[in-house]
Design a protein around this ligand. Structure first.
Ligand code: GH3
Ligand code: MG
Ligand code: MG
Length: 401
């Protein structure tokens, strides 16, 4: 739930802001006040962000904004005045200032708040050899509700990326010691595409042709030094919107909604290419025994519960790099990179021996394991034949020869 403190004495603005934002964010709660006096009686710590008019009926100027800043809350300032001094005073302290012009004001404000809300717990990696610039950018990103990781050069950035797989965006300088931005971008793009890991290049180069190389090597976007906060946050917002949009869509198309395992689309979109990267890999096919009988005896809903538990149990026993795929109704596939079939057998054996009953209903599964085959399809076929053998030989068995 996003809790917004709206400090605005104009009723038309109050209504419009609440309406626009509530239309786009489902879990949002507004507290609306109109004066500095009311503000002083409120517990600010309850709110995630304050949207605040520059001058209130009971303030001479902006003393209420000073008051808010002292309470450490992120602020968006609304103002009628196109006045550069307002920008200069607040640019480093508040998230943004927005001119009250026309309906576009509400659109911009809504986009900003929506992005702010989604930024929570998202990590951005800043790569720059200048601590001053890293600090400045970090400060801006934190105002935008983002978490920040820092690296001093490309090599450090690569090492950090190896450790952490939840970086949503990289912001990188170009000229750095040890490993420069060009090489960092090229190296990341060998593994991750534009939407898997967006990159924003920051260039201090005077040469425009050199600067364009940042984009040619695979950055999504670039800005030039000195970094303007407004430009930085708008571009960061755009890239994170792209990232979220594509990943939501991908999730929907690659995740089975019942079991949260991958669905078969992942075989073509990802596993097939991984198959050729790894020399050593194993596939296991698993199929629940007499599942039809569970459905027939206890009902389809209980059958669903068994499927959910089965997928969860498998996931708890495989590694982070393994893939669990719902291959058919009650048939699952596990793709295990860097694993021999003997090693896979140990894992399957553990899955089998620790399988619990669901609502008192005991069940078993059969499995076929293979690490032979030159293509993904061949390896699946061999594993499937062994699964069939396991069924024929009485079920509740793992066959790997
Ligand atoms: P075997 O031991 O030979 O594998 O027998 P089985 O009964 O497990 O296999 P069969 O292929 O005959 O039946 C599978 C059943 O799984 C039939 C189908 O209705 C059921 N099923 C498929 N998808 C779902 C699902 O999403 N939910 C539920 N509850 N049942 C499903
Ligand atoms: Mg079955
Ligand atoms: Mg089956």
């Amino acid at each position: 739930m996003l809790k917004i403190l709206l400090i605005e004495d104009n009723k038309t603005y109050q209504k419009a802001i609440e309406k626009f934002i509530s239309k786009d964010i489902i879990f949002v709660k507004f507290e609306i006040i109109e004066t500095y006096k009311e503000l002083k009686n409120i517990d600010i710590s309850e709110f995630d962000i304050a949207i605040c008019e520059y001058i209130l009926p009971d303030t001479k100027k902006d003393e209420h904004i000073e008051y808010l800043l002292n309470q450490n809350i992120n602020i968006i300032v609304l103002t009628k005045y196109h006045d550069k001094s307002i920008r200069e005073k607040y640019i480093d302290l508040v998230l943004d200032y927005i001119y009250k012009d026309d309906v576009n004001t509400f659109r911009y404000l809504t986009q900003l708040v929506k992005r702010y809300n989604k930024n929570k717990k998202k990590n951005v990696l800043i790569v720059d050899d200048s601590k001053i610039i890293r600090d400045k950018i970090s400060q801006y990103l934190r105002l935008f509700n983002l978490e920040v990781l820092e690296a001093e050069n490309g090599k450090e950035a690569k090492a950090l990326l190896e450790l952490s797989d939840n970086v949503s965006l990289i912001i990188t300088d170009i000229i750095m010691p040890v490993m420069n931005g060009f090489d960092l971008i090229k190296s990341i793009r060998k593994e991750k595409s534009f939407e898997e890991l967006p990159i924003l290049g920051i260039s201090g180069l005077n040469d425009n042709i050199e600067t364009i190389k940042i984009l040619k090597y695979g950055a999504n976007d670039l800005i030039k030094k000195p970094v303007l906060k407004e430009e930085l946050l708008i571009r960061v917002g755009n890239l994170l919107n792209l990232y979220d949009f594509i990943n939501q869509y991908k999730q929907k198309s690659e995740i089975d909604s019942l079991t949260k395992a991958h669905n078969r689309n992942i075989l073509e979109s990802k596993i097939d290419s991984l198959f050729h990267i790894y020399d050593k890999k194993t596939i296991a096919m698993l199929d629940i025994d007499y599942f039809k009988k569970i459905n027939d005896t206890y009902g389809h809903q209980i059958g669903d519960e068994v499927l959910k538990y089965f997928a969860k149990h498998i996931k708890e026993n495989i590694r982070k790099n393994d893939f669990l795929v719902r291959y058919g109704g009650e048939e699952f596939l596990i793709f295990m990179p860097n694993t021999t079939k003997e090693e896979a057998y140990v894992v399957l054996h553990k899955i089998k021996n620790t399988l619990k009953s669901v609502d008192g209903i005991k069940f078993t599964f059969s499995s076929g394991i293979a690490d032979e085959g030159d293509t993904l399809a061949e390896m699946i076929k061999i594993a499937d034949e062994r699964l069939y053998t396991a069924k024929k030989e009485g079920r509740n068995k793992i066959v790997f020869k």
